[in-house]
Design a protein around this ligand. Structure first.
Ligand code: ADP
Ligand code: MG
Length: 380
């Protein structure tokens, strides 16, 4: 199904604060504003503790809001200021969580039929709909078995079947594939997208795995410490990250600490050779330049030539053979910079070389306080 311009999930100024004896007050979700379109597959991506699950639980109606409002399918479901709150079973949602939330004492049929039974759907209709859901999740014929008799992948399919059986408009998936092995995760990604195509629901997919989010999403939101950092398509987030955090979180990054002096850029710790880059106008005296290991050009230094190329002169410190590329570690000032090339680019350890960096990102230096706060939020 294609994405419409109709908003299906809207968050306005949604905030959630938790106060505990050990942690004090934590703003788990800080002023989230978000519009997710009908038919979209939208991911929440960020490290553990950044507020993904809390946001999902507020959308589902399991968690009260500290501030703000939420709209689903054009209908307000939570408005803090008006004390409006629609309970989860009236929100027209399907949900799958990380731990296999299937009931071990019920057989597969009863597990999947459960949401229909509490909605008091007629018996013959339950039979037909459960059958259909099981078929779509490749579980037909297994109705009488118990979850313990199935593999991890099949158990997560039970959870999926139970989520689609009510034919919800919005599907909330909280790290649904984290407990599965890598091969199966990839298969299940396709199956989820295929179910979406057939049933036409909107997906909110929570994950801390960037490659999973990139593979599945139309758009995604990257968060850090309870704040939205950036919302965009996977490609735009990768190509135009608006912060060091987003740059680092998506794909591999190479960061180089630099000093800016008289409009020139020097590697931190060694000001004997400048890097041929023009700093941005608002540059501070210390900055971090950001690029990707495969975006740095590595060339031979023309030996004995007076003009020794336009690159930064250095040497190969270490060569590492990876299956699909070669990695070189190259000193730049006091840092070792990671560069990845195709195997055909061959340098020997110790060999002189030049590196060229084009169009890097420019960010302020690392923030130690932020690192500490991020760690604190993960300890919960
Ligand atoms: P994520 O799903 O991104 O890993 P969570 O939404 O689970 O993150 O948590 C966000 C922050 O809120 C964390 O700092 C966590 O410690 C805190 N938190 C979550 N749930 C509770 C709770 N019930 N009580 C207190 N703090 C909580
Ligand atoms: Mg979580």
């Amino acid at each position: 199904m294609s994405i419409s311009d109709k908003n299906q999930v809207v968050l306005r100024h949604v905030t959630k604060k938790f106060t505990t004896r050990t942690m004090g007050t934590v703003t788990a979700v800080d002023d989230f504003n978000l519009e997710i379109k009908e038919g979209e597959c939208f991911s929440f991506l960020g490290p553990s503790g950044c507020g993904k699950t809390t946001t999902l639980r507020m959308i589902a109606g399991f968690e009260d809001l500290s501030e703000g409002e939420i709209e689903l399918c054009g209908r307000p479901v939570s408005i803090k200021a008006k004390n409006l709150y629609v309970p989860p079973e009236e929100r027209d949602l399907g949900m799958v969580f990380q731990a296999f939330a299937v009931w071990p004492h019920m057989n597969i049929f009863d597990n999947v039929a459960f949401p229909l039974k509490i909605r008091k759907v007629a018996r013959h209709e339950i039979e037909a709909r459960v059958k259909d859901a099981l078929k779509h999740c490749s579980l037909d014929g297994l109705e009488k078995l118990y979850p313990g008799e199935l593999s991890g992948g099949q158990q997560q399919r039970i959870a999926l079947a139970r989520a689609i059986v009510t034919n919800p408009k919005v599907m909330l998936l909280d790290e649904p594939l984290s407990n599965l092995d890598p091969k199966l995760r990839e298969t299940m990604r396709f199956e989820i997208k295929e179910l979406q195509r057939q049933f036409g629901f909107t997906i909110i997919f929570v994950t801390h795995d960037q490659s999973e989010a990139m593979a599945i999403s139309d758009r995604m939101m990257v968060c850090d410490m309870g704040k939205i950092m950036q919302i965009d398509t996977p490609e735009n987030l990768y190509r135009k990250p608006n912060s060091r955090f987003v740059h680092n979180f998506l794909g591999e990054s190479t960061f180089i600490n630099v000093i800016i002096k008289d409009g020139k850029v020097f590697p931190k710790g060694d000001e004997s050779q400048a890097i041929a880059l023009t700093p941005p106008e608002n540059a501070e005296s210390e900055m971090v330049i950001a690029t990707r290991p495969n975006a740095i050009k590595l060339t031979k230094e023309p030996v004995g030539s007076p003009q020794r190329g336009s690159g930064f002169r250095t040497h190969i410190e270490k060569r590492i053979f990876l299956t699909d590329k070669t990695e070189y570690l190259v000193p730049v000032g006091e840092q070792l910079v990671k560069i990845q090339t195709p195997h055909r680019v061959v340098f020997a350890p110790g060999e002189a070389c030049c590196i060229e960096i084009s169009e890097p990102g420019w960010y302020p230096p690392e923030d130690k306080a932020a690192e500490a706060e991020r760690a604190r939020r993960q300890r919960f």
